[in-house]
Each structure stands twice: as C-alpha cells, then as structure tokens.
Write a protein that binds this ligand. Structure first.
Ligand code: TYD
Ligand code: MG
Length: 458
C-alpha cells in the first residue's frame, strides 16, 4: 500500500511544504510550520481518464433572475455592512481583535432575530452556556428564544443542525475552536480550520442557512489560519476599533452580495453595542477648532460621508532620526506628504518629530485625507489654527498639486449639515451646496500661504 504523503503547512499563511522547516519562506514567520494530515493539498492530482462525470446544466445569462431574499437582522449598521442584510445560504466571516465585541454583536443580532420569530442557533466553542446566558441577560435578551450550544466537535454540531428543519442562521464562535475528528491536527491549525469551514459552508449552501463564522486575528491583524478561509466565504467583515475608545467599526472587506468598504459604526456601552447612525456628530463631539494642529477631514466611508478630526503635533527634534508616530492612518502615506511639503513648499519638516492621530479610533485609508493631514501638520508647525468651521479634503500628488477626489458633493453636504461654513478642497467639477464656501486649493503652496500669509516660513 502506498504510504500516505505527509505535507507541512504554515499556520499563518497556509503555504505548503514537502519537508518541515523552521521558517516559512512565504510569510517569513518562524516556527509556524506544522504537519498536516488533512491531505487536501499534498500529492499529485489523480488522472481524470476513465470514469465519466455528470453533465452539468449550463444556464444562459439572460435567464430571469430570482431576487435573493435578504434577512434583516434589525441592527441597521450590521445590515448595512452586510450590503443590505443576510442572503440565505451564504457564509460570513467576522474577524477582529480579542475583546473587541464580536461575540456581543452576534449575540445581539441573533437575539433580535430570534425575538422576531426566526430560528437561530448560537454555538460557542469558547464560553460555557451559563456565561453566554449571563451576557444575554445583560444585553436584555433573556426572553429571546435563541438556541444556545456550547460545543467544539464539528461532527456533533453538524449532526444537531442536520436534524429537522434547518435553522435560518447559525453562529459559530469561533472557527478556530472547532475540531474535526477525522483530521489529526490540533484545533486552530490550518487543516482543522480549513476542513471545519468547508463543512459548515457546504451545510449553508445545502440547506440555505446563513452561517456566521467568528475568526480570530493574528498579531498583524489578519484572520488566523489560512488565507483560504477568506476565499471560501461569501462575505468578510472586520470588526475594529481602539480598546481605549468606545467606537467600533464593522468594515466589509469582501462581499459577494454587495459593495465593500461599507462600514457600520457602533458604540460599546455597559448594555452592549449601540448603533451610531450619525457617526460624524459623534467623532466631532469634542472637536476644538481653535487648537493649532487640529483639522476636520470630510471623508467617505463606503457610501457614507464621515467627518473626523485629524490631530498633528510637529516639534523640532535634535535626534538624527526624528520620531514619526501615526495612529489611524498609513505611515507610508504620511512620509509621502511630509516629503512633498519639504520638497515643494520648503517647510523643513525633515528635522521634526511628527505625531499624527485620527481622533475617535477610526482608521482612514482614503488618499483624500492627504490635504487634511498636510493642513494639520502646517497648522501645528506654524502654531496658527485653521479658520473656524472649516473642513479639508483632497489628494496630494508628488508634484505638490492637489487632485480632485470622488464624491465631493456628498462630503460638502455632510459638512454643511453639521454646520461647517468653509471647505478647503481641490477644484470641483460641480458647484456644491450654497451653504458652504468652497475655497479651491490647487497646490500645497496655496495651503502654506494660508498659515504664512507674509511668506515668512518659521
Ligand atoms: P466580546 O464580545 O466578548 O469580544 P470578542 O468576542 O470580540 O472577543 O466583548 C468583550 C468586551 O466587551 C469586554 O471587554 C467587555 C465589553 N462589554 C461591554 O463593555 N459591555 C457589554 O454589554 C458587553 C456584553 C461587553
Ligand atoms: Mg468572543
């Protein structure tokens, strides 16, 4: 009998090796390679010759489409991140740091659904029934007819779910705790996670049940286990936020049934997560526009305008390598903005310590924040505050020119709604709302002139 071919997988990135080694060549992680007996990736594929397959029905693209019914959780921010509710038979992965509130969010959503008469099952592999019940009591869900199960055996879970009419929604908290007894590695390893997810996703497709999987993240913020997990599911949501802040942001990074980059905003309170329907008002709650270094950025998250405060602190440094610290924005992007301000406007920021913070714990990834960051930096350097009630947005190119950004109308409307009277922005194609004065900035030098009207640089 042929000996089963052993293979080795990297726990972090899922790379496959024929031999064990100390370091993964793909992701550079040490000690992450372990034996895999799942046998899904090892060995050459068997030849297809001989046995004939079943003929599949091909469908023409113009066949009338059946509208997928959506199941609304009743938590509007969650439904929004899901692209307008859950689709029957879909698999959703929710990742996030420990303690960020994944279990709380899903328990609240399932409780709401159960109260509306939907058949929902919550399987926890991490907490005991009493613990989940206690939390449900705290969330005011003690009367919800939600079915709880505390189990880690995949076989037992599937047997239970397969009995009778399948539930509408199943939550698995978390996929890393599940254990498939036909795979010989420990729970949480690549082969286990892959097999368990595969089985649960097939169950979802077979029965039309929505399966919500909780996934842990590694120290660099990716969902632990193989990257394939993200490819296997239909929707990937990340629940993020600062532990020090009460805001939590649910962000879609993949969605086969809707747009990505849509966010849901929540606030963690003693009574669980509350929806935040007007995030701008909350992010700007204690905004102080008279402080040099503060600047309000009119951003877009998904389809929604969100105003946030960007704070910068610039201080002359005597160190050979001045400090650069960024919270909530990309440090590479900050380096670029600093370089452009030095090269095109001669600000001399190279010799300064620079600290940049996005208030409220929001993470911004839009290039449109460039101009707001630049304004905050120059304001801190010059110790001149921005004009009152001003928002800023625009992308900075390497030449120092300010490039137009998408959805300026939406940004202006939201700013006007929140009482802002001026906007520093690139040249807009269309006239925005009348309530807000648009001040065109074509080059970083135009911005610098604002803070140094006499041309004298500090
Ligand atoms: P949890 O949902 O257990 O996080 P995860 O499943 O992502 O690990 O959230 C736990 C944290 O949330 C914990 O630190 C306490 C806090 N929390 C509240 O502040 N209020 C509440 O009502 C609940 C249930 C939790
Ligand atoms: Mg949890």
């Amino acid at each position: 009998m042929a000996k089963a071919q052993l293979s080795y997988n990297c726990r972090d990135c899922g790379a496959v090796y024929r031999r064990w080694q100390g370091k993964c060549d793909e992701c550079g992680e040490w000690n992450s390679i372990e034996e895999s007996k799942g046998g899904t990736t090892s060995g050459a594929p068997k030849g297809l010759s001989g046995k004939k397959g079943r003929r599949i029905d091909l469908v023409s693209l113009d066949t009338p489409l059946k509208e997928q019914p959506r199941l609304l959780t009743g938590i509007a921010e969650l439904d929004r991140a899901l692209g307008g509710g859950m689709v029957a038979g879909s698999a959703v992965l929710i990742g996030g740091d420990p303690g960020i509130g994944k279990s709380t969010l899903l328990l609240q959503a399932m409780g709401q659904l159960a109260l509306k008469g939907q058949d929902c099952v919550y399987i926890s592999g991490e907490e005991a029934t009493a613990q989940v019940q206690m939390r449900a009591n705290r969330l005011g869900l003690s009367g919800a007819p939600l079915k709880l199960g505390c189990e880690t055996s995949l076989r037992d879970i599937l047997t239970t779910l397969d009995e009778g009419t399948p539930p509408k929604v199943v939550v698995i908290d978390s996929i890393q705790t599940l254990f498939a007894d036909h795979v010989e590695s420990a729970p949480g390893t690549v082969s286990q996670v892959r097999v368990c997810a595969h089985e649960l996703i097939s169950f979802a497709k077979r029965k039309g049940t929505v399966v919500l999987l909780v996934g842990h993240v590694t120290k660099d913020g990716q969902i632990a286990g193989p990257r394939v997990l993200e490819h296997m599911v239909d929707t990937v949501l990340y629940f993020e936020g600062d532990r020090g802040h009460q805001f939590r942001i649910l962000r879609a990074v993949k969605n086969r049934f809707g747009g990505t980059d849509e966010i849901g905003v929540f606030e963690m309170t003693g009574m669980g997560l509350n929806e935040v329907t007007n995030p701008s008002a909350l992010f700007l709650a204690d905004h102080n526009s008279r402080e040099p270094g503060n600047c309000v950025f009119a951003g877009i998250e998904g389809s929604r305008p969100v105003l946030v405060e960007i704070q910068a602190l610039v201080a002359r440094s005597s160190a050979a390598n001045p400090r650069r610290a960024v919270v909530g924005w990309d440090s590479g992007r900050l380096a670029m903005v600093l370089a452009v301000l030095d090269a095109r406007a001669g600000l001399g920021l190279a010799g300064c310590d620079v600290y940049l913070n996005v208030a409220g714990g929001l993470k911004i990834s839009e290039p449109a924040a460039d101009l707001a960051v630049a304004a905050a930096l120059i304001s801190s350097l010059s110790q001149v505050p921005l004009p009152d009630e001003t928002v800023v947005f625009g992308e900075i190119s390497l030449s120092g020119d300010i490039r137009p950004v998408s959805q300026s109308e939406g940004r202006l409307k939201e700013s006007a709604k929140l009482g802002f009277a001026n906007a520093m922005m690139p040249k807009a194609k269309k006239a925005g709302p009348k309530a807000i004065r648009q001040q065109t900035i074509n080059h970083v030098n135009d911005l610098v002139t604002h803070f140094y009207p006499d041309g004298g640089l500090g």
